[in-house]
Write a protein that binds this ligand. Structure first.
Ligand SMILES: [Zn+2]
Length: 283
């Protein structure tokens, strides 16, 4: 009897996984395609350079190789609306991991799945081209907020709300449903874990001297597949992308900003004088 129950459970999971995979394929049909952009207005209005104390227990400290304690940080908000003609549908990360397609990895500290290579954050010295990387290591893509400037119909449903997580010794599996609906945006607010650059060398990168820099955000960034690495979608220039899109030419946003020598705890930038973060929210 127990064997039958196990068999039944196995069949149910196989059916569930194949349904999810079929759903994931549907985004490439003629019905339409997603189109991801980076909201530049949002970025312009939401950044700050300031001093913060990072506790040893923070996921960003653990994952980013940052020494605990006081650091000079550039925090910023990234919002990536889907302005296309179809939802971006990823479904349950548990199913992607079971299929071994390399789209997701499990983030131990966050205790959920992260999409790999969703958005690239770069801080660039325009004089030398030197580029720093941010502390964020992964993304859970869901509908966070409606995008008010969506050119299509305004009555779009919010379809994607769960990051998903595998079972642990004490907690059951959480079935995920990741994606971004038409007219909705996935948003990573400046308070979140890893949503910053460490400017004082505290994460092993060179310190960022005071001066003017370019903050460049690229959603669904182009990449060249390594040997054996999947290349799920190709743009007109031949670069690989993880996700299908109507237009790969509108995926980059840049803003220019000044990094001061001594920003203090109040900080410098549009978000100066915001309260310090007492416990790091993760996503
Ligand atoms: Zn996370």
């Amino acid at each position: 009897m127990k064997k039958l129950t196990v068999l039944f459970a196995a069949i149910v999971s196989i059916v569930a996984i194949s349904l999810v995979l079929q759903k994931a394929k549907a985004v490439t049909s003629d019905a339409g395609k997603p189109d991801l952009i980076v909201d530049q207005k949002r970025l312009l209005q939401n950044w700050v350079v300031r001093d913060e104390k990072l506790p040893a227990t923070a996921c960003s400290v653990e994952e980013g190789g940052i020494t605990p304690g006081e650091h000079k940080l550039l925090r910023f908000t990234v919002s990536t609306p889907n302005i296309g003609t179809a939802d971006l549908t990823l479904g349950d990360p548990n199913a992607h991991v079971a299929a071994g397609d390399g789209l997701y990895e499990f983030a131990t500290c966050h205790r959920h799945y992260h999409f790999r290579h969703y958005t690239l954050y770069e801080l660039i010295d325009p004089a030398t081209g030197f580029t720093w990387r941010a502390a964020k290591r992964g993304f859970c893509m869901i509908d966070v907020e409606k995008f008010q400037d969506y050119p299509g119909p305004a009555n779009n449903d919010r379809n994607y709300l769960s990051c998903g997580a595998p079972a642990t010794a004490t907690e059951p599996m959480i079935i995920g449903n990741q994606g971004i609906s038409r007219g909705w945006a996935d948003t990573y607010v400046w308070q979140l874990a890893g949503q910053f650059f460490v400017l004082d060398g505290g994460d092993g990168q060179p310190p960022v001297p005071a001066g003017t820099y370019i903050l460049r955000i690229t959603v669904n960034p182009p990449f060249v597949a390594a040997a054996g690495e999947p290349c799920p979608f190709t743009d007109p220039s031949g670069f690989c992308h993880q996700l299908p899109e109507l237009d790969y030419a509108n995926n980059v946003t840049e803003i220019q900003l000044d990094v001061p020598d001594h920003p203090g705890k109040q900080g410098v930038g549009p978000l100066k004088n915001q309260p310090q973060i007492t416990s790091e929210p993760i996503d």
